[in-house]
Design a protein around this ligand. Structure first.
Ligand code: 3EB
Length: 349
């Protein structure tokens, strides 16, 4: 897979070279959170050196404030938990509806909002993002870097009443003045559990990251109106440290158009091409990042139809380099014609 850098990126690389030594981004946090998937059967205690953990499916939640359970079934990787290791002491607390934990560099936090208390997904999302914006503005970790968002029945509703589109309107309302170059990287996935709670968890930094876009894809915040009145407020990826890239949910979209509605295998291939393009473009800013996925890369696959599991895993085994860890979760992607989406962490080992 080969991608060509566009001239704008070459130009940006040049000016970065002039401003700094090499293209090291000296304003970034020096390290990223180290993320891993570890096996934790139900009842396990969270290790002390963990900043935050995410478990999946309907297993009992981890008994920790520093954790969230997202009820998406693990189709591959049962009993695996995503952990973000801390560096330094962890301080945790509660502020209104928000639970948080912070170490020397980063803050992780969660808000879970019952849609019924706000009259629907739009108002619940606006409430959540207003709370996040206010919390972050008053935090020692003011820079929102990466968010994950889950709610029930994401594709229900027609046209601009589709619940994902309402979510986008609520998020934009809650972000208020935030401008497009500063949107966090994000994932938005639908559950199918009838639970009326919107779940948002996020990573924030003492220092800003560098928001990146993908040359193969139109920036989501510039999507035309046919995908919804309010374009999605997210960046394709966030460079959180010179060695650490957090990649948004990436689907089979080129430009702004969904591709291969009839083939999950072709969607996987398109996603990997999109990811390769993003990686090469990120490396113009952060040359320390490995050129291909490897032992420092983690992939979460969200799959709409469980019958596609074998096909997708066969593609992953054939196409991904050795050492990449992946989980496959049963989840709905935000456009009805998209069958699969990947979100990724990519870093040096
Ligand atoms: C896309 O590229 C696919 O609304 O925050 C992926 C990642 C997607 C994040 C979001 C949406 C979001 O448009 C969907």
């Amino acid at each position: 897979m080969i991608a060509t850098a566009n001239s704008q990126q070459l130009h940006m690389t040049k000016s970065a070279t002039a401003a700094h030594d090499g293209s090291s981004k000296s304003f970034l946090n020096p390290i990223g959170p180290r993320t891993s998937y570890i096996r934790m059967p139900p009842g396990s205690e969270l290790p002390a050196n963990v900043l935050f953990a995410v478990s999946f499916g309907d297993r009992p939640p981890l008994s920790s404030q520093r954790a969230i359970r997202v009820n998406l079934e693990t189709l591959s990787g049962a009993d695996f938990v995503e952990v973000w290791y801390a560096s330094g002491d962890v301080v945790s607390g509660v502020d209104g509806a928000i639970r948080f934990a912070a170490d020397d560099h980063f803050l992780s936090a969660v808000i879970e909002v019952d849609e019924r208390e706000h009259g629907g997904i739009l108002a619940a999302t606006a409430f959540a993002y207003r709370a996040i914006s206010r919390f972050q503005a008053n935090s020692r970790f003011p820079h929102l870097l990466r968010t994950w968002n889950y709610f029930d029945a994401i594709n229900h509703g027609a046209g601009d009443s589709e619940r994902y589109r309402e979510f986008c309107s609520g998020r934009a309302a809650g972000f208020d003045g935030k401008s497009q170059g500063q949107f966090p990287a994000a994932t938005v996935i639908g559950r199918r559990d009838g639970d009326p709670r919107l779940q948002v968890y996020w990573l924030a930094g003492q220092r800003a990251g560098l928001a990146l876009e993908n040359p193969r894809q139109l920036s989501a915040y510039h999507y035309p109106k046919r995908y919804g009145q309010t374009p999605p407020s997210f960046s394709r990826a966030m460079l959180v440290a010179p060695h650490s890239l957090m990649i948004s949910g990436t689907a089979s979209i080129v430009g702004h158009a969904s591709q291969h509605a009839d083939s999950v295998a072709a969607q996987v291939d398109e996603i990997l091409t999109n990811l390769d393009s993003l990686l090469q473009s990120a490396r113009a800013q952060a040359p320390a990042l490995p050129a291909i996925f490897g032992r420092g890369s983690l992939i979460k696959v969200y799959l709409r139809n469980r019958m596609d599991l074998q096909t997708v895993e066969d593609r992953l085994r054939a196409l991904l380099p050795d050492g990449v860890s992946w989980l496959v979760l049963h989840g709905d992607v935000c456009r009805a014609d998209l069958l699969v989406e990947f979100d990724c962490v990519h870093s040096t080992v």
